[in-house]
Design a protein around this ligand. Structure first.
Ligand code: ADP
Ligand code: MG
Length: 262
């Protein structure tokens, strides 16, 4: 089957008055339909730039992106991939209730149909937010807000979810629980997801495959499939397996070039 997303030799530099900042260097990667891929790299290496390129906000200077085998020149409204973006801050609007927030994408796309609102209500019910649908975002915990942000993203039925360090604003304990929670929602719905993080532990706990980027300009240093014999629902149990330790040690070595600090 065609991968849902394929990057071939993609490079990108920012240009401004101070000169040129190379951000991505000859990146090639593939994401298959239904998979959960994490991209890890040091802060400032070009991770968000990569997501901007994948989502079409920036055009690559060199190289090509294919969505289900089609280049941007070939696809049209019918074949274009729907991309959902989830960011570090949840960007919920304080003056709207949780329900009004999660239907925002449907409103903006003029697809506020009964079928779509039923789907949103189902997501709110399935993920424990139905009782909070008439509350304002400030009345919810950080984890619940992140779940609401995910439901808002899922409401428009994206083919590909891009998650840019969505848990980094949460404290460590909340982060463990919320990231496992969000990852299991994504898996249950069979969505393809690309998670960007600077946290190697998070990447290894959540993803089926981890791609390690170098310092800026980012290039792909290594890719590793991640498999566990136990369910991923309990992040602490996953983190106490020998397999987790093994993945961590191998990828830490790659990330830090064998030095003790990155
Ligand atoms: P990351 O998400 O990995 O922390 P970014 O992709 O945001 O990194 O940025 C990569 C590099 O590109 C950084 O050094 C950053 O300073 C630079 N950069 C990001 N956006 C711009 C911009 N609009 N103009 C110039 N340089 C930028
Ligand atoms: Mg970033």
């Amino acid at each position: 089957m065609q991968p849902i997303l394929s990057l071939q030799d993609v490079s990108y530099s920012y240009h401004n008055l101070k000169g040129e900042t190379p951000a991505l260097s000859h990146i090639s990667l593939q994401v298959s339909e239904g998979s959960f891929v994490a991209i890890v790299g040091p802060s400032g290496c070009g991770k968000s730039t990569l997501l901007s390129i994948i989502s079409g906000l920036l055009a690559p200077e060199e190289g090509e992106i294919l969505y289900r085998g089609l280049s941007s020149r070939e696809y049209c409204a019918d074949t274009a991939l729907k991309i959902g973006y989830m960011l570090q801050r949840d960007h919920l609007f304080e003056w709207r209730t949780i329900y009004q927030n999660v239907i925002l994408g449907l409103e903006l796309n003029h697809i506020l149909t009964e079928e779509n609102t039923d789907y949103v209500l189902k997501l709110l019910r399935d993920y424990g937010l139905y009782g909070f649908k008439d509350k304002k975002p400030s009345e919810l915990s950080g984890g619940m807000r992140q779940r609401a942000a995910l439901i808002r993203t899922m409401a428009v039925h994206p083919d590909l979810l891009l998650l840019d360090e969505p848990f980094s604003a949460l404290d460590f304990q909340t982060r463990l629980a919320v990231s496992a929670d969000i990852a299991s929602i994504i898996r249950e719905t069979g969505k393809t997801a690309l998670l960007i993080t600077h946290d190697l532990s998070e990447a290894i706990t959540l993803a089926d495959r981890v791609i390690v980027l170098s310092r800026r300009p980012a290039c792909v240093k290594c890719e590793m499939p991640i498999l566990y014999e136990i369910s991923r629902k309990d992040p602490l149990a996953v983190r106490s397996t020998a397999a987790y330790q093994d993945y961590f040690n191998q990828l830490w070595e790659v990330l830090t070039d064998g030095k003790t600090t990155p």
